[in-house]
Design a protein around this ligand. Structure first.
Ligand code: RIB
Length: 296
């Protein structure tokens, strides 16, 4: 089974800072690096590292050819990536001493998706394919509608979360992968278990994975609910940890692993990711994850 991931590809400009810049403040950064990123591309790389056949669909500008090569090096099929005249999307990322981040994104080519692109990408999908989406390209609502008509299995990570997402045809989604902020905006509830309950109420046939950072993760479907603790690691840079989790979790679903095992691999891979700098570059390989955490 394959995953088609229709998502963003970004150039990440990463600045190490003492603290996140405050209103009116000019802040010096002594460490600046450029990495490949974008929630979409990171998730494709995580899927490939986890051993899944993945096609990334998306748009870049001429300045983004190196990002396409990065995806190819990781084993991602890039036949559905188009080069446009718009500049490649980018992110300005501050990373503080605790390894936390604050991110500004500029969509660029990621937001130049037109109806023809949606048809082209969905025409490449076959029965049984998984379609993975985030919220860093435009027209996600149209993609959801069209994909549902074609009977694809849809996995949605509504990040970055916006008010507009609430009016998307979310009943089309088979698996939601959300964090607490996204869950709160989607359901109006703050407490993790209340978020899960509301998700089940509004989308009874969907599965929800709620990630809670250091508190671990909760999974729920119509019949089961289970929680798993996070692993205790020293964070260097948390950028891309959520994307790593999603790629590895979906890899488990695609290979029909028990949910508990899929979550265990995803938690372990994202724990390893936060111990390194960068987004795509910090995503570990499957064998490394297994040997580091003694997983079968
Ligand atoms: O999830 C991390 C990603 O968010 C970064 O790579 C950045 O590009 C933004 O899209």
């Amino acid at each position: 089974m394959r995953v088609i991931n229709f998502g963003s590809i970004n150039i990440d400009h990463v600045y190490r800072v003492e603290h996140f810049v405050r209103p009116g403040e000019t802040l010096r950064s002594d460490d600046y690096k450029v990495f490949s990123g974008g929630k979409g591309a990171n998730q494709s790389i995580a899927l490939a590292h986890a051993g899944v056949q993945v096609l990334h669909a998306g748009k870049i500008g001429r300045d983004g050819a190196w990002l396409k090569h990065k995806l190819e090096e990781a084993g991602v099929d890039t036949v559905l990536i188009e080069m446009t005249e718009a500049p490649t999307g980018h992110a300005i990322i501050q990373v503080n001493k605790e390894g936390e981040n604050a991110i500004i994104i500029h969509g660029g080519a990621n937001e130049s998706v037109v109806d023809d692109d949606i048809q082209r990408v969905l025409d490449a999908c076959e029965a049984g394919d998984f379609l993975l989406l985030q919220n860093e390209i435009n027209s996600v609502d149209r993609v959801l509608l069209e994909a549902k008509k074609r009977g694809l299995f849809i996995v949605f990570n509504p990040a970055p979360m916006t008010e507009a997402i609430k009016s998307y045809p979310l009943e089309a989604v088979d698996i939601f992968i959300i964090n607490q902020v996204e869950g709160e905006m989607l359901t109006g509830k703050k407490e993790p278990l209340e978020i899960i309950q509301e998700m089940q109420k509004h989308y009874p046939r969907s599965k929800t994975v709620l990630t809670l950072g250091k508190e671990g993760v909760i999974y729920a479907d119509a019949k089961h609910q289970l929680s798993k603790k996070a692993l205790d690691v020293v964070a260097v840079d948390t950028t891309g940890a959520g994307d790593t989790f999603i790629g590895y979790f979906l890899a488990g679903v695609v290979s029909q692993s028990p949910v508990e095992k899929a979550l265990e691999m995803a938690i372990s891979a994202s724990a390893l990711c936060v111990t390194r700098a960068g987004a795509a570059d910090s995503i570990p390989g499957r064998e490394e994850v297994k040997s580091k955490f003694n997983l079968l």
